[in-house]
Design a protein around this ligand. Structure first.
Ligand code: FAD
Ligand code: AMP
Length: 478
């Protein structure tokens, strides 16, 4: 009998398993994918086909594009760099192996039992595990469902993983497509589009919505669109793909805007229209959980399902599909199982888009605050006025701090620019302690760092920024 059985070994499941063992719970983690040695393949989407491989390719392709286009800005003349795509892919694969085997090592060190097979939840005390036609039932006091998500497949563009691929297929192309189309200008579409555009593809992105990055700060969304177009991403808004046909020559993509229908011939098509929860065949008839209309497992803020002692965390439940949100939910649940008081401040989950420059934010944006009837003030600071950004030749973008008009409490931080993800993390830490804009302005930031743009933006909230010439102490109009 286990204290806790966890279904899925992605960032929700494996992190929950390690913490559960640390807390003294007898823990098993069930994973259905396996590696070439027939061992459970740990790490889920994030380590195998998500965050890590995409960032490995983003980093490699960025270095290539820098060598190709920007080394000479620094007075470095090199012969035209030559791309060795298979070496780039091998490097990415080695990073995946290093991390996934690292998780296996952590399981061993923490005495987590790793079980290979597909899990089905029979009830709150029994989980059936099937592998190669054999099934066994495992008994437990608690079940944590962390079965994650998979790419959405749309009938208009059926995935063949050859010419029409999902995000997983787009991480393993064996040559750079000359012409590449992407359906969806969401986070995954933009990141994968950036990788292949930097490596030489002519990239066309087709997005059904008229608005670009609707969840981001409006000005940032506008600037990102302009910058990515400058980098060669042909982003078309208000364009709905109606059909895609794969042939020996490539893919014919049919799409329509508000006026007419269009046809586009490409070598490859990436379908990046979102992800769906992995809940097919997961719940036994008598387990007591009913999925919501989109297939997610309904949970409250504490990740409790309607059935006592069955919990669900990560991409398989509501909220943003992000690895760090998934991991924190996993930790919260096992802490609660052991009687600890733990909860998640969902308002403080940071969002990052790893384009170049990066886009990141935490907390509320201006539209959300206006809708909620909250009075606020803002301060912005451009990287063009930041010494370190200038030194690096990374002057695109700005940081914006939003604070409550009366109390001065920071309500949101938004950034587009160099190391925006890391700058936002400082905003998260600050907001976690309920910091005011004045308090953030009184904090010492190392010089010269791009983080000083956050410092100056916080100062600008109360019109005290130092490196702004504008009389109103407000270099960027909001
Ligand atoms: P998953 O990682 O999907 O893991 C679920 C695991 O459960 C899988 O291993 C699956 O095989 C297993 N499983 C499912 N059903 C069963 C069953 N019945 N029995 C046994 N095992 C089962 N997020 C970020 O925060 N930052 C990023 O930069 C980022 N980049 C991304 C890039 C791409 C291309 C993609 C696709 C995603 C990216 N994400 C990123 C999202 C991130 O990968 C997910 O939010 C995260 O992996 C969710 O973790 P999870 O543990 O809930 O699920
Ligand atoms: P995300 O969910 O952030 O990964 O983004 C997926 C994007 O794909 C959304 O912005 C959708 O509007 C877009 N999308 C979905 N279906 C289509 C389609 N048929 N044609 C063009 N864009 C689409």
């Amino acid at each position: 009998m286990y204290d806790v059985v966890i279904v899925g070994s992605g960032p929700a499941g494996y992190v929950a398993a390690i913490r559960a063992s640390q807390l003294g719970l007898k823990t098993a983690c069930i994973e259905k994918s396996f590696d070439i040695n027939g061992k459970p393949l740990l790490g889920g989407t994030c380590l195998n086909v998500g965050c890590i491989p995409s960032k490995a390719l983003l980093d490699s392709s960025y270095k290539y594009a820098e060598a190709l286009n920007h080394f000479s800005d620094h007075g470095i003349e090199v012969n035209k760099p030559k791309l060795d795509l298979s070496k780039m892919m091998n490097r990415k694969n080695n990073i995946i192996t290093q991390l996934t085997s690292g998780v296996s090592g952590l399981f061993e060190a923490n005495k987590v039992t790793s079980i290979l097979g597909e899990a089905k939840i029979l009830d709150s005390t029994q989980v059936e595990v099937s592998f190669e036609g054999k099934a066994e039932v495992i008994n437990t006091k608690h079940v944590i469902i962390a079965s994650g998500s998979s790419p959405i497949d749309i009938p208009t563009a059926p995935i063949d993983q050859e010419n029409i691929v999902d995000s997983t297929g787009a991480l393993v192309f064996d040559s750079v497509p000359k012409k590449l189309a992407i359906i969806g200008a969401g986070v995954i579409g933009l990141e994968l589009g950036s990788v292949w555009a930097r490596l030489g593809s002519k990239v066309t992105i087709l997005e059904a919505m008229d608005e670009f990055l609707p969840m981001a700060d409006k000005r940032i969304a506008r600037d990102v669109l302009r910058e990515l177009k400058k980098q060669g991403l042909d982003i078309n808004l208000g364009c709905k793909v109606t059909a895609a046909r794969s042939s020996a020559k490539g893919v014919k993509v049919l799409f329509e805007d508000d006026k007419e229908s269009h046809e586009l011939e490409v070598d490859k098509l990436i379908v990046a229209v979102g992800r769906k929860p992995n809940t097919a065949n997961l719940l036994g008839e008598n387990c007591g959980i009913t999925l919501d209309e989109r297939g997610f497992i309904p949970v409250n803020n504490l990740c409790e399902t309607l059935v006592k002692n069955i919990w669900a965390v990560g991409d398989v439940v509501r909220g943003p599909m992000l690895a760090h949100k998934a991991s924190e939910e996993g930790i919260m649940v096992v802490e609660r199982i052991t009687g600890k008081h733990a909860e998640i401040k969902y308002d403080l989950v940071p969002f990052v888009i790893y384009t170049h420059p990066e886009v990141a934010w935490v907390g509320k944006n201006e539209e959300e605050l206006s809708e909620a009837g909250i009075d606020f003030k803002t301060g912005s600071f451009p990287f063009a006025a930041n010494g370190r950004a200038l030194a690096a030749g990374e002057t695109t973008g700005f940081v914006k701090v939003i604070a409550d008009k009366e109390t001065d409490t920071v309500l949101g931080v938004h950034a587009f620019g160099p190391s925006a993800a890391d700058i936002i993390q400082q905003g998260v830490v600050a907001m976690e302690s309920g910091v005011s804009a004045e308090g953030l302005g009184l904090t010492i930031f190392s010089h010269p760092t791009v983080s000083e743009a956050l410092h100056e933006a916080a100062l600008a909230v109360n019109r005290q920024a130092i490196h702004i010439r504008n009389k109103k102490n407000k270099i960027i109009k909001n």
